[in-house]
Structures are given as structure tokens and as C-alpha cells.
Design a protein around this ligand. Structure first.
Ligand SMILES: [Zn+2]
Length: 227
């Protein structure tokens, strides 16, 4: 039997509840001060390293709030050590390019010359679907509009577009247009569903893509970005 009383109440004392409230308030104030000292302006785009720091801080700040045998001072010391460590690492990553790439990773080229750059699934922890969703977020209708797309270390996507007159045929990114062709009746050009390689003609709709080796094609489109 599950002992509900034990889970929820277990020797509760009113005096300790009051202590928890004051411990929580104090830890909360300390966290705010420490976060201000970290120098970060917001949390919209955290690098992996910063997420790790925040997780460590959360754990260190949470325990002294309700564990009576942990003095607040310990939590305080842990938080300040973490911030000192954070400041030191940040300083190192600014000084040293190798260390920077080790901690934060490098920007990754996702699209180049209107084609998907990540040819093998194993090249990336992201799936093609996620990249495409990210590109759709930037109102990109097909890969032929994109000269370069970089995935930055903070997870945002930087995109350089072709000017209107240079937009090429490319793989559609919106699911409505992304149908695998089953006949060649409507004519080309065609785009490889996996890498965006564009061919003006195909022998059959099961042709092998000479870039990635897959055998599925969609109709390529060349609409411009605006209007
Ligand atoms: Zn391909």
C-alpha cells in the first residue's frame, strides 16, 4: 500500500514550515543577486554551457530551501563559486579560439547554394525535419531561395538569400508541396527530397540522386521571396 500520509506530511512541524518560507525567500534573493552578477541580459538564447550552469545553480539553490541540515551559507558559497567559474570560462572562451569551439561548438552550415548540406543523418544531431521547420520559420518557401544557412551555436539560424533574379529551382519546404512524385507526367525540374539536389530531367521517378544516393523526388519550385 502507498502511504499517502507519509508522502505528503511525514512528521510536519509548523515551525519548520515557517523556516522553509524564510529559507526560500533568502535563497531566491541570493539567486537574483548572483544572476545579476553573471552579467547576462536575458535567457532567450543560452549556449549549452550556460544551460549547464543554470542547472547546477538550480540544484544548489533548491536544496537549502527545505533541508534543515544544510545551512543557507553552503548554498550561497556554491552559487558564488559557480558564477566565478562561469566568469572564468567566459573569459577563456573570449581569449582562446580553440577553447571557444570546445565549449560552445562551431556554427554549422546547413544549406549551401540552394542545397541541403547535411548529407548523412549522422552528420548532425538535428534531423532534417528540424532544419526545415527552422527555415520555414524564416518564411523560406524552398531551398532555391537560400545561398547559405548557418546553424549558430545558440541554436538560431542565420540565412543569406539569393537576390530575386538569382533565385533557383529548389526543394519545397512546406509539406503541401513536398509530395514524392510517382510519375514524370508533369515534367521537371525535380528536387531530391533528402538533399535538395535539383535535376531538370529524370529517367524515372526512382532515379538515384547522384549527390546523396536516395531515390525520392519532388517537383522543384522557383518562387521568389516576396510577392
Ligand atoms: Zn539527394
Amino acid at each position: 500500500m502507498i502511504d499517502i500520509q507519509n508522502i505528503f506530511l511525514k512528521d510536519v512541524e509548523l515551525s519548520f514550515i515557517l523556516e522553509i518560507i524564510s529559507r526560500t525567500l533568502m535563497m531566491f534573493l541570493i539567486i537574483l543577486i548572483v544572476l545579476r552578477l553573471s552579467g547576462r541580459r536575458g535567457v532567450r538564447q543560452l549556449t549549452l554551457f550556460e544551460v549547464a550552469i543554470i542547472l547546477a545553480m538550480g540544484s544548489a539553490a533548491g536544496d537549502p530551501m527545505f533541508q534543515e541540515d544544510i545551512p543557507i551559507l553552503y548554498g550561497f558559497i556554491v552559487l558564488f563559486s559557480i558564477i566565478l567559474f562561469y566568469k572564468f570560462i567566459t573569459w577563456l572562451t573570449q581569449k582562446n579560439r580553440f577553447f571557444n569551439e570546445l565549449m560552445e561548438g562551431k556554427p554549422m552550415c546547413v544549406v549551401k547554394n540552394g542545397m541541403f548540406e547535411v548529407k548523412k543523418e549522422s552528420d548532425s544531431d538535428f534531423s532534417q525535419m528540424e532544419f526545415f521547420a527552422e527555415l520555414r520559420n524564416q518564411s523560406i518557401e524552398h531551398l532555391g531561395q537560400v545561398r547559405v544557412a548557418l546553424l549558430e551555436v545558440d541554436g538560431t539560424m542565420s540565412v543569406l538569400y539569393y537576390p530575386d533574379e538569382e533565385v533557383k529551382y529548389g526543394l519545397p519546404l512546406f509539406p503541401d508541396d513536398q509530395y514524392k512524385i510517382t510519375s514524370l507526367e508533369d515534367g521537371g525540374p525535380f528536387a531530391c527530397l533528402f538533399c535538395g539536389n535539383v535535376k531538370s530531367t529524370l529517367e524515372s521517378c526512382k532515379d538515384r540522386c547522384d549527390r546523396c544516393g536516395k531515390r525520392e523526388w519532388a517537383h522543384a519550385i522557383n518562387s521568389r521571396r516576396i510577392g
